[in-house]
Each structure stands twice: as structure tokens, then as C-alpha cells.
Design a protein around this ligand. Structure first.
Ligand code: MFK
Length: 557
């Protein structure tokens, strides 16, 4: 019998996650932590079991059946078993509900996102509709539409799988995903005064959701994005048949294949305005901001899963006479992944704390513009990082990482959506500029950073890293001040500016945690991660040379 390499294994993903456990210990009162630990242990165990199960079965995908045998249009969507299981878990564990009216008060978001973080990879991407459901709950609440709040919120927040509803978010059309100004879907009132939607939605994720929020142009309204209105739909009847909607096909996607995303034709689908018959983008923005936070949580979950597997494998795999884990160059690779992940983790949960406080009304006034800025920052940085880390993780397995039934390629494929949906990196970089307008967000960012670094600077072994963060931040702020608002230079540097703002604040949050962990837990690992993350460089903004970008983009002399 020839040699067989033992595969990487996963243990309970809560028990084994030093970063999450240490963070929760610092952030939550002991009573609060005790209250939620059962959920976390359960989801951590489920993550391990689901991974083993995933390796034994071939991945299934949803199936669309447009017609029944009699020739009736039915557009049945058959969902995968993992997807259906995830729906039950989501309801019973309160993956949406935990953020609303939590016994933990304004720390409900920490509880919720800790659960989402543990569950995401095991969820078959059910986190997508959960993010949209949470976004819909926030959006309807912000709209003040009493009827819709009373109708939908109890379902969105239900912990009973039988009454739990999920929501979709129908914005994207063939005319644009990033720029919705040319939206063609028309809203027309019928003879009974009921609004009906006509048009083609080109990318409807979780198409079978119980409700959807959709952008449409009321008949007679002018062109442009501001004339769009936001509508609420219940796309299917209680018997499961669609209400004047046809499904053209399910999207053949690179990843997230258990998630049924469809091309959808609205043929007079009944809908209800959420608010005014205009300003739809402004009305749906609260939903976008929630889903962007979820995206960031799912990105760090992806990073953590890949690193956990790569680390376990490095201990099992012996080459050139030693386990990979004992080889200096491989150690460097794993250490760099861990340092980036750890910084991202602390920025994401720092944002979750702000979100919980703003939502609960306990935040200081400066936290509102800070959260507005942090939301695109965490989404854009962690989305990109999840892809880079997943790609490196596959390489840590050599050729095995490229083989489908190791389960590893799916990690990379599923990660690739994170920088794309809910706003691409560039769209979110432009949103960062939008958030910075007026100056309040930047002031809040600086204040937040100073407060975090002040907690770290006296800590043994961290002073040099604290100084480096201050220097890098200073350079970033100088660059920003030297570019006038709305100048082309500011726009072309927006991505590196956003990444720099994210990374400097992430370093500060990690340093603060590292100082605490050294002092209280006597644990040097977060400090090691912080030093390495800072040493890797936080800001990559460079002065651009003249017309280089245009010349290279068009490849003209
Ligand atoms: C695993 C986790 C998963 C997540 C779920 C995945 C589900 C996948 C389904 C999808 O992918 S759905 C499609 C997602 N699509 C997007 O995210 C759209 C990306 N494009 C943008 O975000 C554009 O920036 C945008 C459409 C918002 C541009 O629209 P406009 O109308 O040209 O922008 P404008 O005029 O600057 O802003 C209009 C108003 O909205 C302004 O308010 P006022 O009317 O009061 O002046 C803006 O301030 C406000 N606004 C825009 N973005 C905002 C915002 N307000 C708060 N937060 C924001 N992020």
C-alpha cells in the first residue's frame, strides 16, 4: 500500500478559535458571555460536523423547473438539503433576531455576528438571504411604514422555522448593478390603485425568498436614480406559485452555487411602496449598509476557515524530512495570513460594536458618521483580503488545494463573490469619499484611532508599532488634505485611501486588543500579530506620475 496523506481536520470552531474567544472575553461581561456561549459552542460543533459531511457528499445545486408536465408555468426551485437545514438553524439560533431587542442590549450585534462568523462557511451561503433579511428589517424600521413593519418584521425576527421569513433585494438590472440610475423596471398602478411592477431583474439572489425589496420607476417619474422608488413584494402565493413573476433561469455562477440566484421577469407583480414614490436609493441604503457589514463578517469567517485548515495540514504534512509547520518559510506564510486575518477580525467586530450602539441609540454622536465610514471600509478591505487569503490557503496544500473533492476550491470560489456583490471595491471606495464629505467622519476616525492607540502605547513591545501606525496615518491624512474634494486625483486614489483608512484603524484595534491580551491573559499572540501586520505596511498610497493611468488603461502612447 503506498503512502496516503491524512487530510486536514477541523475541531469545534468556537472552542478552537483563540481570536474570537479572547475578543469576547474582553468585550462582554462574564454573565453576557455565559448567556451566549451555548449558541457559540453549538455552531462551532456544527461547523466541524458540516465540514466532514461536505467532504463525503457531492455538492448539490438548486434546480429550476420552469414547466410542469401539463404545460403550466410553475418555476419550481428545488433547494439543496444543506440550504434547507440552514434555514432551520438560522431561525432557531436567531441569526437575524439576535440583533433586535437583545438581552445583551447594544451588544446584540456582537452576539449575532459571532454566530454568523461561526456559521457562514457551514451555511451553504444561507448567510446571503440572512444578510438581506436583516437589511430589510432595518430598512423597514427606518422607513417608519407601520403596516409593513407589523406585517413583515415578526416573520423576519421569528425563531420558529415555520413562521420565519427571508427577504431578497432586487436592484440589479441589465443596465447596471453598480449604477442603478438607468433602472428600467416600471411601477404602474392598476385599475384598483394597486401598484404592479414590470421589468427584468437580472440578478436576484435567494430568488425564492418570502419577500423582496425592489427598486422601480413609478410611471411618469423622470429619469435618473433619485426618481426611483422602493417597493415591498411578497413574490409567491401561499401555495408557492409566483405572483405575476417568471424565472428565466438560475445563474450559472463561479461559486455560491447552493444559493439560488435568478434572472427574473416581473409581469405585473403586486408591490407596495415602502415610503415616498422617489428617493429609492436613499431608502434602500440602510439595507445596503447592513448587508455590507454581514459581508465583512462572512469574509473574516472565510479567512479563519482557510487558515484553520492550512494550519492543521501543516502539522500533518511531512516533506523534506520535517512537518511543514516546522519549516521557516511556511511558518512565515502562515504567520502573515494570521496577522492579516487578526487585524481584519478586530476591525469587523469594532464595526459591529458601533452598529449595535447606533442601532440601540446608545452611541455618542460621533459614532454615527464613524459607522457610516467604517461600513464601506470593512466591506471593501475584507472582501479583497478573503480572496487573497483563500488563494494562499489553497497553495498551502500544493496540488491538493486545486482538487475539487478536498472542499478547498469551493472556499476560493465562494470568497470571490465577497468583493463583488453589495458594491464592488471601487464602488465602495467612491462610497468612502461620499462618507467623508463634510469632515465629521474623518474627525471621528481620528478620535477613534487615538483612543485605541492610547490603550496600547504603554504596553511592552508595542510602542514601535504604535508609532508606525501614527506615522502611516499622518501620511494618509496629509495626502487627503492635499487633494481637493471632487478632484480627479482624489477619485483615482480613493481605493488606496480607503484601504489605508481601514488598515490603520484595524492595526489600532488589534494593538488595543493585543495590549489587553498581554496584560490580562498573558498571551503574546495578538501582539505578535499586531507587530507583523503593522510591519507589512498599512498605506500604499503613492503620488501618481502624470497621465500614466490613462496611458496604461487604454494602452496608448
Ligand atoms: C454574505 C453576505 C452577503 C450579502 C448579501 C448579498 C446579496 C447580493 C445581492 C446583491 O448584490 S444586490 C445588489 C447590491 N447593489 C449594490 O450594492 C449597489 C452598488 N452601488 C452603489 O452602492 C452606488 O453607490 C449607488 C447605487 C448607491 C449609487 O446611487 P446614486 O443614486 O447614484 O447615489 P447618490 O446620488 O450619491 O446617493 C443617493 C442618496 O443615497 C444620497 O442621499 P440623499 O438623497 O439624502 O443626498 C446618498 O447619500 C445616499 N446613499 C448612497 N449610498 C449610501 C447612502 N446613504 C447611506 N449609506 C450608503 N451606503
Amino acid at each position: 500500500m503506498s503512502f496516503v496523506q491524512p487530510a486536514a481536520e477541523l475541531g469545534n470552531q468556537y472552542r478552537d478559535d483563540r481570536v474570537l474567544r479572547s475578543y469576547l472575553k474582553r468585550t462582554l461581561a462574564a454573565d453576557s458571555l455565559r448567556m451566549i456561549e451555548q449558541d457559540l459552542h453549538w455552531l462551532g460543533e456544527h461547523a466541524a460536523v458540516a465540514w466532514q459531511r461536505e467532504l463525503r457528499r457531492s455538492r448539490s445545486e438548486p434546480v429550476h423547473t420552469p414547466w410542469d408536465p401539463t404545460g403550466t408555468r410553475v418555476d419550481r426551485i428545488e433547494l439543496t438539503p444543506a440550504w434547507q437545514e440552514s434555514r432551520t438553524i438560522a431561525a432557531e439560533r436567531g441569526l437575524v433576531a439576535a440583533a433586535y431587542g437583545s438581552p445583551l442590549g447594544d451588544q446584540g450585534r456582537v452576539h449575532q455576528f459571532a454566530m454568523v462568523y461561526l456559521h457562514h462557511v457551514a451555511s451553504a451561503i444561507f448567510t446571503c438571504p440572512l444578510a438581506m433579511t436583516d437589511g430589510a428589517a432595518t430598512c423597514l424600521t427606518a422607513s417608519g411604514n407601520k403596516r409593513l413593519i407589523e406585517r413583515a418584521l415578526p416573520h423576519y425576527l421569528s425563531r420558529d422555522p415555520a413562521t420565519f421569513w427571508i427577504s431578497g433585494q432586487w436592484m440589479t438590472e441589465t443596465t447596471g448593478g453598480s449604477d442603478v440610475s438607468a433602472t428600467e423596471t416600471l411601477a404602474r398602478a392598476d385599475e384598483h390603485g394597486r401598484w404592479r411592477l414590470y421589468g427584468r431583474k437580472w440578478f436576484t439572489s435567494a430568488v425564492h425568498a418570502d419577500t423582496a425589496l425592489a427598486l422601480a420607476r413609478p410611471e411618469g417619474a423622470g429619469p435618473g436614480a433619485d426618481a426611483l422608488a422602493l417597493f415591498y413584494l411578497e413574490p409567491r402565493r401561499p401555495d408557492g406559485l409566483w405572483r405575476d413573476i417568471e424565472i428565466h433561469r438560475l445563474k450559472p455562477k463561479l461559486g455560491t452555487r447552493e444559493l439560488p440566484s435568478a434572472e427574473t421577469q416581473l409581469k405585473g407583480a403586486p408591490a407596495e411602496p415602502v415610503g415616498d414614490l422617489a428617493h429609492g436609493v436613499r431608502s434602500i441604503a440602510p439595507m445596503l449598509n447592513i448587508t455590507r457589514c454581514w459581508n465583512a463578517v462572512c469574509a473574516i469567517a472565510t479567512m479563519r476557515r482557510g487558515i484553520a485548515l492550512a494550519r492543521d495540514y501543516a502539522n500533518r504534512r511531512v516533506v523534506f524530512g520535517r512537518p511543514l509547520a516546522e519549516q521557516p518559510l511556511h511558518q512565515e506564510t502562515l504567520a502573515n495570513l494570521q496577522a492579516e486575518f487578526e487585524a481584519a477580525f478586530h476591525l469587523v467586530f469594532y464595526t459591529a460594536e458601533r452598529l449595535g450602539q447606533v442601532q440601540a441609540g446608545t452611541a455618542a454622536p460621533a459614532q454615527v458618521p464613524l459607522l457610516r465610514l467604517l461600513t464601506p471600509l470593512v466591506k471593501l478591505w475584507t472582501g479583497k483580503l478573503a480572496v487573497a487569503i483563500s488563494s494562499e490557503v489553497l497553495e498551502c496544500f500544493g496540488g491538493a488545494g486545486y482538487i475539487e473533492d478536498t472542499g478547498l476550491p469551493a472556499l476560493l470560489r465562494d470568497a470571490q463573490v465577497l468583493p463583488i456583490w453589495e458594491g464592488t471595491t471601487n464602488v465602495l471606495s467612491l462610497d468612502t469619499l461620499r462618507a467623508l464629505r463634510g469632515g465629521a467622519a474623518l474627525d471621528a476616525w481620528q478620535e477613534a484611532q487615538q483612543a485605541l492607540l492610547a490603550e496600547a502605547e504603554a504596553s511592552p513591545g508595542l510602542a514601535a508599532a504604535v508609532r508606525a501606525v501614527r506615522d502611516d496615518s499622518q501620511w494618509l491624512l496629509q495626502w487627503l488634505q492635499s487633494h481637493a474634494p471632487d478632484s480627479p486625483g482624489l477619485e483615482s486614489g480613493a481605493r488606496e485611501l480607503a484601504l489605508g483608512l481601514a488598515r490603520c484603524l484595524a492595526a489600532s484595534a488589534l494593538l488595543r486588543h493585543a495590549a489587553w491580551s498581554l496584560r490580562v491573559e498573558g498571551d503574546p499572540r495578538a501582539a505578535a500579530a499586531a507587530r507583523r501586520f503593522v510591519a507589512g505596511g498599512l498605506v500604499r498610497l503613492v503620488e501618481k506620475h502624470g497621465d500614466d493611468a490613462r496611458i496604461l488603461a487604454h494602452d496608448v502612447a
